[in-house]
Write a protein that binds this ligand. Structure first.
Ligand code: ASP
Length: 330
């Protein structure tokens, strides 16, 4: 097994061959490598992940489903007006409109997503309603709002006085320069493995502050900002969404885990892909931040980011809801 794994890792360094190992063989690799079986476990992006994990743990510790856990978890920063990059009080676009993106995915491959949704505090629950109550997977803009209202969600003003004041200040120069870490964006992405061994994930954000109206990032796009494969693992992303979309980031992380890479190795390889892509387009790396987090089917977790400064929260029987600094490439 050791030899074949080494040979495999060599193979996976060749990016062209990265998706070539057959699913059943690769899944066996993951299972054969299994030393531990850690569950339940929940993991989420940034420091607001601590409170979000605590809410998710309420479900996970009582044999609840990963799906219920991740929805409940990310609703915490969504509803908090002091968290300025998610939900209520999120920073607006350049027209002063708070537009929200969110998606959710369960262990069966059910997915739901909303993008550019206004006036609803919990876009993640609208995404779940899209998943459970419509024949579609993604509804955007006015259609998403109409759908939310039809489902009983309440229309609310999401632009808090603080966010409005910042927007007015921004208008003076009107320069769109997304910063690298926490200042003017940041998404909560959460992934969980429940006691029954099922994975789910949720991802929600107000996106890049002062973006063009109608801009959609990676966060509501299944495969980019979030991906779950119940045979292999789950991943979610934060950072410059345009870069994550370019490499179908979270799908890439999960496929790399399928081929036997650990969660951290898989996240690192995905970050390296982004670097290659950015370099090809002469995009300065110091203007970018990307962070991936991942859990595999064994309950092992890992993360990786481009620049120093990205952290994530983990809660499991072994790790009592801790904030951890991600390893970084730069
Ligand atoms: N990924 C989000 C977006 O591009 C922002 C972030 O996570 O920082 O909208």
């Amino acid at each position: 097994m050791k030899t074949s794994r080494r040979a495999f890792l060599k193979l996976s360094a060749l990016t062209a061959s990265v998706f070539t190992v057959s699913k059943s063989k690769a899944t066996n690799m993951v299972l054969e490598n299994s030393k531990k079986n850690i569950k339940p476990i929940v993991m989420s992006t940034w420091r607001f992940g601590i409170q979000a994990n605590a809410a998710a743990w309420e479900f996970l510790s009582k044999n609840g489903t990963a799906l219920d856990a991740v929805e409940a978890g990310v609703k915490i920063p969504e509803g908090d007006p002091n968290e300025r990059s998610v939900g209520l009080g999120g920073r607006p676009d350049r027209d002063g409109r708070v537009t929200l993106d969110a998606c959710i995915m369960d262990h069966l491959g059910n997915i739901g997503s909303v993008a550019c949704l206004e006036n609803i505090v919990h876009p993640i629950s609208v995404a779940r309603a899209v998943m459970e109550k419509t024949p579609h997977v993604m509804i955007v803009g006015g259609g998403a709002l109409d759908f939310a209202l039809s489902q009983g969600f309440k229309k609310e003003n999401l632009l808090t006085p603080e966010s409005e004041a910042e927007w007015k200040e921004w208008l003076k120069k009107s320069e769109y320069k997304p910063k690298v870490n926490i200042e003017n964006h940041d998404t909560i992405g959460m992934i969980a493995l429940d006691a029954n061994g099922n994975l789910s994930g949720a991802c929600t954000t107000s996106g890049m502050a002062f973006k063009m109206h109608g801009r959609v990032g990676d966060s509501p796009i299944i495969g980019a900002g979030l991906f779950v494969d119940n045979e292999v693992g789950a991943a979610t992303a934060t950072g410059h969404g345009e870069e994550v979309i370019r490499i179908a980031g979270c799908h890439t992380v999960v496929e790399l885990m399928r081929q036997g890479l650990s969660p951290q190795e898989a996240c690192k390889k995905a970050v390296e892909r982004i670097i290659v892509s950015a370099k090809n387009r002469n995009k300065p790396l110091n203007e970018l931040q990307i962070g991936f987090i991942a859990i595999n089917k064994k309950g092992e977790h890992g993360a990786y980011c481009l620049q120093k400064g990205f952290n994530y929260a983990v809660y499991s029987p072994e790790i009592n809801n801790q904030l951890i600094d991600a390893a970084s490439l730069m």
